[in-house]
Design a protein around this ligand. Sequence first.
Ligand SMILES: Cc1cc2nc3c(=O)[nH]c(=O)nc-3n(C[C@H](O)[C@H](O)[C@H](O)COP(=O)(O)OP(=O)(O)OC[C@H]3O[C@@H](n4cnc5c(N)ncnc54)[C@H](O)[C@@H]3O)c2cc1C
Length: 245
Amino acid sequence: MQTSTEVTQLCDEVRRFLLKEVEPRSRWIEENDAIPDDLLQKTRELGLFGLTIPEQYGGIGLDLAGKCAIEEVMGSTNYGFATLIGNHTGISTTGITALGNEAQKKKYLPRMAAGEWVGCFALTEAEAGSDPAAMRTTAVKKGDRYVLNGEKIYITNAPVASVFTMMAVTDKSKGVKGISAFILERGFKGLSVGKNELKMGMHGCTTAPVVMQDCEVPAENMLGSGCLPTWRCSAMPPVCSPSAA
Ligand SMILES: Cc1cc2nc3c(=O)[nH]c(=O)nc-3n(C[C@H](O)[C@H](O)[C@H](O)COP(=O)(O)OP(=O)(O)OC[C@H]3O[C@@H](n4cnc5c(N)ncnc54)[C@H](O)[C@@H]3O)c2cc1C
């Protein structure tokens, strides 16, 4: 789904969906700070959770320009709904798409494309917002696992997420280059999600702190080990594999 005609058709389809299904529920979403279950189900059926996930993993496979076109349409209506989808199909899945190995992609992307598993992206901490280099969350390797400790704040979708792209310091001596990304699952021991923050707007899209206390993560859940930075990965995929490290 890359041609401009197809993107235009999809934009029209999404616009009709928003007008018919989302707009009439907008007041309810604002007042309840939630998205009704039946609306989420219709959103899954339309394929919106898989907008940017490659077709081979069950998504629509939009490129960045296509995603921008859809975001423009989504931004014209309920912003909480738009952010839930925008976050999931943006920072919360693109790490796995861009840097995941085949086993990680096969395990996570199909269920994320289907909207069965919602994603979130956890970088920010109380003392590390604009300056992520100040991050305090650590990941220490112990055998075949990493043990994560730390607290993230303001994490969009965390209350409803099943998959967390989590940043943690693995080598403090390397500064910003010593930060690594991991895929965490909601059920991992030591991972907990705090209360949904009451925001002034963007209702329907939940935001919460995420705490890790000796949270055990299988070593194979590290993202992009052996990879060059993302822009190089997309430009030169063959370089981006652990075997090339
Ligand atoms: C609704 C919402 C959802 C969010 N969702 C996520 C999420 O899903 N995942 C995630 O990881 N984070 C998320 N965040 C966090 C967001 O990324 C941070 O709020 C942002 O990075 C800014 O960090 P901060 O709030 O600590 O502000 P600070 O870093 O404390 O900055 C405060 C102010 O100081 C300014 N400032 C900071 N440093 C400098 C400087 N060196 N020079 C000049 N000015 C400076 C900033 O521009 C800002 O105006 C979310 C935040 C909100 C409000």
